[in-house]
Design a protein around this ligand. Structure first.
Ligand SMILES: Cc1ncc(COP(=O)(O)O)c(C=O)c1O
Length: 360
């Protein structure tokens, strides 16, 4: 079976993790500090704060920027639940802007029409590892005095015009096993702002800088030394992993040419956490049937995401159901992600291409 994602561990990760287990220093400590320092250098941000997962990275970042009840945060509906849900957790309201058809990211040209007096921040998502046009978003944010928090969960090493995602504004990363590097569960916040750094560090640790000295309301969103020790080794391999993903994407770009299938654009700074094609009405079978046929042929695929957030049960209950986000709604019916993780080889890719070509 060709899996849609597969974490790659070698002896080095096993050894690193075992050393932590044997040391007895398991909770947040030296290894977390080392991972933070390495990650900060990789992204090019002043600070990096390790947290328990990508969801807590978003939640902590929003709180550290002072997002609260009655505020509005502009984001996309075509994303993982964590993006808008963490906005809800702060008491603020997610305001959805439609996406571009070509890269599935928030359409910057549609942001301004959604800005109100309550808008406090823009939360763009670099979906599938494809960079948002952060220059355009920055211009809008500056004009309206808004914060920017980047959802880089799927975008470790992604860049737009050579600006690494998460290096300019607050960045939120995930190290879940499907991501380009993994710590199993895990996340990271990057920032250049000392005040945000300090607040994030407090929020992840029950609002305290010193033990039992609680200054603000926080959570337990800490990372531990065991996960950090795996992250340190994984981070050393990120360039190799990202190159392999890109090479696989380039191979599909060149060799997958079938009427009715739209391929993703190969943008320069794209890190291909997912290679997502669109199965349009012109293809011989529906998207779901195509996924079924691929599975019968030993190829696992992913549908990210079958329902845009504003159409989910939760958001329907919250009153979002009559919102129209035409592109998000259309795209969610067409997307199909194909395996391109670093262990996928040319033989696997040819099998994927041949299977799609042979569908009747
Ligand atoms: C776009 C996006 N944001 C946030 C998250 C949340 O990350 P985590 O699963 O580590 O909590 C994910 C994880 O899949 C994601 O894909």
């Amino acid at each position: 079976m060709i899996n849609i994602s597969k974490p790659f561990f070698s002896e080095e990760e096993y050894e690193s993790a075992l050393n932590v287990l044997k040391s007895g220093n398991l909770a947040q400590g030296e290894k977390v500090l080392e991972f933070e320092d390495n990650f900060r250098k990789f992204i090019g941000s002043k600070e990096a704060i390790a947290v328990s997962n990508g969801t807590s990275a978003l939640h902590t970042s929003l709180l550290s920027h002072g997002i609260k009840k009655d505020d509005e945060v502009i984001t996309t509906s075509f994303t993982f639940a964590a993006t808008p849900n963490t906005i809800l957790h702060t008491g603020a309201t997610p305001v959805f802007v439609d996406i571009n058809e070509d890269d599935f990211n928030i359409d910057p040209d549609k942001i301004e029409e959604k800005i109100t007096k309550k808008t406090k921040a823009i939360l763009p998502v670099h979906l599938f590892g494809c960079p948002c046009n952060i220059d355009k978003i920055e211009k809008i944010a500056k004009k309206h005095n808004l914060e920017i928090i980047e959802d880089c969960a799927q975008a470790i090493g992604t860049s737009f015009n050579n600006i690494i995602s998460g290096s300019r504004f607050t960045g939120c990363f995930s190290f879940y096993p499907t991501k380009n590097i993994t710590t199993i569960e895990g996340g990271m916040i990057t920032t250049n702002n000392d005040m945000i750094n300090e607040k994030c560090r407090m929020i992840r640790n029950h609002g305290s800088k010193e033990r039992y000295k609680y200054e603000i309301l926080g959570h337990n969103f800490r990372m531990d030394n065991l996960r950090a020790s795996i992250g340190i080794v994984q981070l050393k391999k990120i360039s190799i992993f990202n190159k392999k993903r890109k090479d696989n994407a380039l191979y599909l770009e060149e060799n997958l040419n079938i009427n009715g299938i739209i391929k993703p654009e190969i943008k320069k700074g794209h890190t291909f956490n997912q290679y997502t094609i669109r199965i349009t009405e012109d293809f011989k079978r529906t998207r779901d049937k195509t996924a079924e046929i691929l599975k019968e042929n030993g190829i696992m695929t992913g549908i990210y995401y079958p329902v845009p957030m504003h159409k989910t049960i939760l958001y329907t209950k919250l009153g979002y159901s009559n919102q129209v986000l035409q592109v998000s709604e259309k795209i969610s019916k067409e997307v199909l992600s194909l395996p391109i993780h670093p262990e996928i080889n040319q033989e696997n890719l040819d099998h994927i291409i041949n299977t799609l070509e042979n569908i009747k």
